[in-house]
Design a protein around this ligand. Structure first.
Ligand code: ADP
Ligand code: MG
Length: 253
């Protein structure tokens, strides 16, 4: 199995505050990799580093074998230009806690937007594909609806379809169900489960331990900017080895 994401001693600071203190992990191609940990432990920052939204300060971070944010020549690193970063970011889909759909666009327009604007796909082709993707997330009948006419769960499923429209090789989910009313969480998790079954490589930051247990291939518990414990989700969730993991799980399970 090849690594889709590889982190070696990844450090990230904001000014004097060190948020990631040496993250080592590997996400294999095709796996569902769940990331859990208390608020403030650096989960979102780590996803943002993978997605080129933050630059790491030390260590190495690779996506699909490519160094993130830098080019290596000999033993020297050169920062990538913004235009080069933009091209690499196309391959990574990200879904946030807040759906951030364009409010003045319908569902289908939201899903078409990036392929048309960024990839230069024709509007006709992009619309056709967008309708397929909306169907895939169970929203074929909401193609013409505006975000304000949709529930939070439906908006989040449009956001997932929008990310998929760019044909990403990696999908990042940052607490995708945390802002939803409880009764809307299941539909979003079902879409993510389908996506996992289709073979998509996914990194999922979540407090949904049921999802992690049933769908996850690997699970990492992060605290204070380090990986405290990792393993198969069932193993870590039922038999945590570290006090910090036990204490966290006792609060969320
Ligand atoms: P998590 O997602 O696990 O809750 P975050 O990665 O959001 O954690 O945040 C980790 C820490 O980094 C927090 O203390 C947060 O305040 C800090 N942090 C995150 N982004 C920034 C930023 N842009 N500037 C300064 N501090 C930040
Ligand atoms: Mg976060």
């Amino acid at each position: 199995m090849t690594a889709m994401v590889k982190a070696e001693g990844v450090h990230k600071s904001f000014g004097p505050v060190e948020v990631l203190k040496g993250i080592d992990l590997e996400v294999k191609s095709g796996e569902v990799f769940c990331l859990i940990g208390p608020s403030g432990s650096g989960k979102s920052t780590f996803l943002r580093c993978i997605n080129h939204l933050e630059k790491i300060n030390a260590g190495r971070l690779y996506v699909d074998g490519d160094l993130v944010g830098y080019r290596q020549k000999g033993d020297k690193l050169y920062e990538l230009k913004d235009s080069e970063v933009a091209v690499k970011r196309r391959d990574i889909g990200m879904v946030f806690q807040r759906f951030n759909l364009f409010p003045h666009m319908t569902s289908v327009e939201n899903v078409m937007e990036a392929p048309v604007q960024v990839k230069g796909v024709s509007r006709g082709k992009a619309r056709e594909r967008a309708l397929e993707l909306l169907d895939r997330v169970g929203l074929a009948d909401k193609a013409g609806s505006y975000p304000s006419q949709l529930s939070g769960g439906q908006q989040q499923r449009v956001a997932i379809a929008r990310a998929l429209a760019m044909d990403p090789k990696l999908m990042l989910f940052d607490e995708p169900t945390s802002a939803l009313d409880p009764e809307l969480v299941g539909d979003v998790l079902d879409v993510m489960r389908d996506l996992a079954e289709s073979g998509m490589t996914m990194i999922v930051v979540t407090h949904e331990m049921g999802f992690a247990r049933e769908v996850g291939d690997s699970l990492v518990f992060m605290d204070g900017g380090v990986v405290v414990e990792s393993g198969h989700p069932r193993e870590v969730l039922t038999n945590p080895q570290h006090e910090r993991t036990k204490s966290f799980l006792s609060k969320v399970l």
